[in-house]
Design a protein around this ligand. Structure first.
Ligand SMILES: Cc1ncc(COP(=O)(O)O)c(C=O)c1O
Length: 410
């Protein structure tokens, strides 16, 4: 192979370069043939060159790169891996889960289109759809994911072009009926977009979903120290979204892509462990006198249990529950936890806790709140990698403290 004329260190006049020039064209540590790094390097370079203009013009057809906003080898490695795990032809990685959602929706909808989505969904997605998309002439119908009659009616309207949904939903772990939604969408030629963040890459791949969304900030990275998002689907759809996302500058930095790729190595081990602990904690909470209701599709009496068993390989690592108490006692319980960290997010190595109403319900009116099942006493936990006995102990001591305090006060 001829050496690249711009390869640093191979420049013919390296020996006579001034030092000011040399620092900008440093020597390269070339690997001898067959000497391969086990972990691929992070391609930090924003720019990619080529030997001749003519060869440069054919680069994109050969899987080459020009400029990192449009594509980067490290980010591409993450996209290829994620598409494979989700069972789609292609994927595009972007800067956050919300960047994935906004780019996906805006790239696929136009003025006059109607979007169906659900009260049982992540609050910032609701705010994007209710507060921002109308500015672009995109209307919406916010329904309950279990109200099949209303969904059928709305899908039948010719202006309905897309359904955007989660399963299990954030924060109340409702399970969407995929066969029903996807069958109806096919009948009415409605594009289906599933935010699959809670279920993970290994779930729902067998269903004919048009586009999957993931917040890579969660289970993919796994440690709560890097943000990213992904849209996965067939080549045509991803090509169209990529064109849009590149012009919108939604790019994931390659250093972040590398950290997420590193997280992916332990994705299955972490996810399975967290699911096992979540089920154990859901059972534990269900038998606790201070807890009035537990929301977790892994529990046999959960309304989503049969659907989840059919649709998923496991039941997820997030559990919600109602403390048998008022808002102040519920907050006192959360404040008394020692291992669970009070904050948003999920899929981290440490367990997290949050008051659901305060974090995910402040934009909902009374009727919508009722539909969402979020109450003042609803608590969401996102299970980490600690020993489950310690987590049980922490829940018990905090419940005892908060409810005991309340009893003493009464
Ligand atoms: C279901 C769901 N979708 C999307 C997002 C947004 O992801 P990010 O924080 O990476 O933008 C979140 C974040 O919590 C989420 O829970």
């Amino acid at each position: 192979m001829p050496r690249h004329r711009h390869t640093p260190g191979s420049f013919i006049i390296a020996a006579v370069m001034k030092k000011e020039t040399r620092v900008n064209h440093p020597p390269r540590a070339e690997l001898p043939e067959g000497n391969t790094p086990v972990i691929d390097p992070v391609y930090r370079s924003v720019k990619y060159t080529y030997p001749t203009i003519a060869e440069g013009r054919t680069l994109s057809g050969r899987g080459g790169f020009y400029y990192t906003r449009g594509g980067n080898p490290t980010t591409r490695q993450l996209e290829t891996l994620a598409a494979e795990l989700q069972g789609t032809e292609d994927a595009i990685a972007v800067a956050s889960g919300m960047a994935a959602i906004s780019n996906c929706l805006l790239a696929n909808l136009a003025s006059g289109d109607n979007l169906v989505f659900f009260t049982e969904s992540y609050k910032p997605s609701r705010s994007l759809i209710r507060d921002i998309l109308p500015r672009f002439g995109i209307t919406h119908a916010m329904l309950s994911v279990s109200d099949h009659a209303a969904i059928e009616q709305t899908f039948a309207r010719p202006e309905t072009r897309m359904v955007f949904f989660e399963s299990p939903t954030n924060p109340m772990l409702r399970v969407a009926d995929l066969e029903f939604l996807l069958g109806l969408a096919e009948k009415h030629q409605v594009t289906t977009v599933l935010d699959n963040t809670f279920a993970g890459f290994h779930n729902h791949g067998d269903y004919p979903v048009d586009l999957y969304i993931h917040s890579l900030t969660k289970f993919a990275s796994g440690h709560g120290d890097v943000m990213g998002g992904l849209i996965a689907g067939n080549q045509d759809r991803i090509r169209r979204i990529r064109h849009f996302a590149v012009d919108f500058g939604a790019v994931l930095d390659p250093a972040a892509a590398y950290e997420i790729l590193r997280g992916m190595r332990t994705y299955f081990v972490r996810y399975r462990h967290q699911c096992d602990s979540a089920l154990a904690l859901a059972r534990h909470l269900q038998s606790h006198p201070g807890v009035s209701r537990v929301f977790y599709p892994g529990l046999p009496d959960d309304p989503g249990h049969d659907l989840a068993r059919r649709q998923m390989q496991d039941f997820g690592a997030v559990v919600s529950f109602e403390v048998d108490a008022n808002r102040d006692q519920t907050w006192a319980f959360i404040d008394a936890l020692q291992l669970f960290v009070t904050c948003a997010s999920l899929g981290s190595s440490e367990s997290l806790v949050a008051p659901a109403r305060l974090y995910w319900g402040t934009d909902l009116d009374a009727t919508e709140l009722e539909q969402s099942l979020i109450r003042d006493s609803t608590v969401r936990i996102a299970v980490g990698l600690e020993h489950v006995d310690d987590l049980k102990h922490d829940l018990d001591q905090a419940l005892g403290k908060a409810l005991g305090m309340a009893q003493n006060r009464a």
